[in-house]
Design a protein around this ligand. Structure first.
Ligand SMILES: [Zn+2]
Length: 277
């Protein structure tokens, strides 16, 4: 989700929210059962349709990010290799699958964040929910990792910086540490990266001692959680760490890297957030 500060009371009636979604995201699929699958988005869409606020929110089809935009966060070599790999039918890149549709799906996923930033700049919306696949926060500068091809949140943040935003809070509540996102902003104070995650756990990074370096020192805040942590721990740590850090930083844009595997029923992690949480 991407949201901006600064809308006034007068424009609160016309400033809207949007969901960015493309049916194309369902085409990115592993050959066999995989926990990161199209049903994830279908379940969210289904729940959304039943919700009371859905009628006030427009669903917008994103445009794919260009290679130049993706290259804000990834090497051109990796982008072109991934494109060729997908054109040839795909397969496994380390632990991450890709099929013939995955490059376009990943470009659309990154594009959704970029489109949201553009609409915020144009004052068409004040917040957007990017319902996208493949996910992004494990993807590194030059490689796919952890089911992630392009780092959607990092590309979105870098695009927003290129458009004049100065301070971005990037909050990541996925059950796993966002190694790729942390690495993208480890040396800068222009993005405050805060991550909740089960720890120790995949991918191994994310200890509280990792705080950024150089200009970025103290602009990475890791919140490692013990197995079994749930609503109570998330909320207590929000009041104790996240809210004070956000108040101090005063971001002009907030990006939430929302992985839903901190839910108690998720098979890949052992956190205990409920639906309400
Ligand atoms: Zn995860």
């Amino acid at each position: 989700m991407v949201t901006a500060r600064g809308s006034t009371k007068e424009d609160s009636h016309r400033v809207q929210s949007a969901i960015l979604y493309s049916p194309f995201f369902l085409k990115h699929q592993a050959p066999n059962y995989h926990p990161e699958n199209p049903q994830r988005l279908e379940a969210i869409l289904e729940a959304f349709k039943k919700s009371a606020f859905s009628k006030n929110i427009e669903t917008i089809e994103p445009k794919p990010a260009s290679k130049e935009q993706i290259a804000l966060n990834h090497s051109v070599k990796y982008i072109e290799e991934l494109e060729s790999f997908c054109k040839a039918g795909g397969g496994y890149l380390d632990d991450t699958y890709a099929n013939e549709y995955s490059y376009i799906s990943a470009a659309l996923a990154a594009g959704a964040g970029i489109n949201t930033v553009d609409m915020i700049i144009d004052n068409k919306i004040s917040k957007g929910f990017c319902l996208v696949r493949p996910p992004g926060h494990h993807a590194e500068h030059d490689k796919a990792m952890g089911f992630c091809l392009f780092n959607n949140a990092a590309i979105t943040a870098k695009y927003a910086l290129s458009k004049g935003f100065k301070k971005i809070l990037l909050l990541d509540f996925d059950a796993h540490h966002g190694n790729g996102t942390q690495n993208s902003f480890y040396y800068t104070d222009q993005v405050l990266y805060i991550s909740y995650h089960q720890w120790p756990h995949y991918p191994g990074t994310g200890s509280a001692e990792e705080k950024g370096e150089g200009d970025g020192l103290d602009y990475t805040i890791n919140i490692p959680l013990e197995t079994g942590s749930g609503n109570k721990e998330f909320l207590e740590l929000f009041d104790k760490i996240v809210q004070p850090a956000a108040d101090k930083y005063q971001p002009d844009l907030i990006i939430v890297s929302g992985g839903f595997d901190s839910h108690k029923d998720d098979p890949l992690a052992q956190l205990n957030l409920t639906d309400d949480g």
